[in-house]
Every structure is written in C-alpha cells, then in structure tokens.
Write a protein that binds this ligand. Structure first.
Ligand code: DHK
Length: 148
C-alpha cells in the first residue's frame, strides 16, 4: 500500500502566481499541486493536497492526517510565525511533520525568522521555490520508510 502524505497550505497561498512573484515565483498553487502529485507518484506516495486561509481548519486537517496519513508537509504561511495551535497540533499527532516555505524566510523580515512550528516539526525546508515541496516529499518518503 502506498503511504499517504497530506500537503497542507495556509493563508494567501491560494494567490500564488499573482502574489509578489518576485518573492514567491510565477507558479500557481494548482501548478505546485500537479508537481506534488506527479512526484509523489514517482515515490510511491499518495498526495492529498489542500489550502485554507483559516488556522482552525489547518488544525483539523492535522488531526485528520493523523488518522489517514503517514506524514504531513506543511506551508503554514504566516501562521508559521504566530500559531501556538499548530505547534501543539504537531506535538499532538504521532506522524512526522515537515515545515516548508517557498522563500528563504531567514533572508527576509525579522518577524519571519521565528517559527513556532519548527521546534515541533521533524525539520524545515525553505528557499527553494516550488522545489521546497519536492524536497519535503523526499524527506517524508525517507521518514515513512524509517517508521515502517
Ligand atoms: C509563505 C507565506 O505566506 C509567508 O507568510 C511566510 C511563506 C513565508 C513561504 O515562503 O512560502 O513567511
């Protein structure tokens, strides 16, 4: 049976393609979803790809993933820097969470340097544009093999 990975996206990522393309690139979220599904298939992973602008919905999806999936790749957008609820959700579930960002948050404004999610996550990938998603899937492939 292929492992299932939830790829979860937070606020404003629905606007990719037209949102500050100098920072976030020209690809839309639908483009990135297609990349993730194709790459997941090549790794033998089933990818469930979602986006929401609402913090509580992300928390619900973390708990759903704990029931249905073997790992989470999450770009929590701005909630990365503010959400105690996502930190707690990550600690509450027994599956690995990989935090990812398109941009190199450490090369940007100081308020983006702090992640509340990172201390609870398995690891963090940032700065590689859409390839950050691919690298997160590669990491989760390895992690799910280790937990089998
Ligand atoms: C996306 C966002 O929406 C920002 O709030 C984060 C992240 C960075 C990204 O680079 O993908 O600070």
């Amino acid at each position: 049976m292929p492992s299932t990975i939830f790829v979860l996206n937070g606020p404003n990522l629905n606007a990719l393609g037209k949102r500050e393309p100098g920072i976030y690139g020209g690809k839309t979220l639908a483009d990135i979803e297609a990349m993730c599904i194709a790459h997941g298939k090549s790794l033998g992973l089933e990818v469930v790809f979602r986006q929401t602008n609402h913090e509580g919905v992300l928390v619900d999806w973390f708990h759903e993933a704990a029931e249905k999936a073997q790992g989470i790749a999450v770009n929590a957008g701005a909630y990365t820097h503010t959400s105690v609820a996502l930190h707690d959700a990550t600690r509450a579930i027994g599956i690995p969470v990989v935090e990812l960002h398109l941009s190199n948050v450490h090369a940007r404004e100081e308020f983006r340097h702090k992640s509340l999610l990172a201390p609870a996550a398995k690891g963090v990938i940032c700065g590689f544009g859409p390839d950050s998603y691919i690298l997160a899937l590669n990491a989760l492939k390895t992690l799910t093999q280790q937990t089998k």
